[in-house]
Design a protein around this ligand. Sequence first.
Ligand code: NAG
Ligand code: NAG
Length: 354
Amino acid sequence: MPQARTMAARCRLLALVVLISLGVITLLQSLQRTPSIHDIPLSIRGHRFGSSSGPKRSPSIRIKKVSALFGEPNYLYEAALATHERHNALHGYQMQVLRERIHASFLAKPAYLMSVLVEELAKPWDERAQWLAWVDPDTLVLNQQIPLELFMPPPDEEINLIATHDDDGYFNGGVFFLKVDSWSLEFLIQVLAVPLTDRKHHVSLNKDHAALEQIMENQRFRSRVTYQPRLWYNAFDYNKTYEGESGNLMVHLLDLGGDKWARMDKYLGNVTSKVNPHEVPLEQTTYEKQVQSFWKRMADSRKILKEAKLKEKGHDGIKEAARRLKFALDFETDNEVVIRGAYDSLLKALYENK
Ligand SMILES: *[C@@H]1O[C@H](CO)[C@@H](O)[C@H](O)[C@H]1NC(C)=O
Ligand SMILES: *[C@@H]1O[C@H](CO)[C@@H](O)[C@H](O)[C@H]1NC(C)=O
């Protein structure tokens, strides 16, 4: 069978060539240095800060949505929750909804979150939800095809709470994510312990948001809190206008500019119609790219802050730029322009003080 033997020889040769090529590629990749501040001139010219390549999503994270809906029956809120139920069924999320008033005041949200959190913590690790996603009943899912795990931090990020801001820079509690672990339990204990009279409140109805925000910004907790662009999953509708883009995951019907119920009705009509104009497959959106860049910006910022720490002694320029980036990392991660600006300034300061 000389022919078969030649075939086998050819296959072996081919395999060898592939193997050697792979080896060479791996070697070349390992030789590429990770960028450091010594590459600064290059970095300043169109560097790749925050951009990244290839999908790198956290695999199968167990998520449970949590909401509260009680009081007078409201078919619009029920219908909004039903859009979440469909989303849950599609992506395998559990959901728990508070159906009874548990306290006369505004403590319901953090109190109920804490009860669900403790319930999850009491389960064996492989059965418990890893993240809780709070969703208000005036949010509804517009694009069923966007999964929540997309927004979760990569495994090496120590983040426990992911939230969004309103236009005035205040925390908006319509949708946010809380990791299931003891840090989050401590966090909620602190929130519930904020003295009632201390609860600063900007929008009078949202005292629970104010208490959450107060602890989120607390020195002890803020490093594990991050803010993402609200268009991703908490896009507002106010004054009869949707601020989101085609394909965005959710809408949050704010009670501003009136007409909330009519607007809600319109959205519900759209998302339950045969051709939902908001439904766009994930691959046809910029979600994955945007979220990857977000986490890369975080990692890059932390890295350069570490370098700055080593070099800031006696260099006020570095110190000040580092302070600015640290502040942005604590409070402004949802603002790409601000983070990029602060990063570039620190890079420049490091270069000038080399
Ligand atoms: C809604 O529109 C009114 C009048 O056009 C304006 O006064 C108000 O500030 C707007 N509200 C928001 C939240 O944009
Ligand atoms: C509903 O869909 C129509 C047709 O695509 C669109 O013009 C309208 O803006 C949508 N309204 C809402 C509230 O989603």
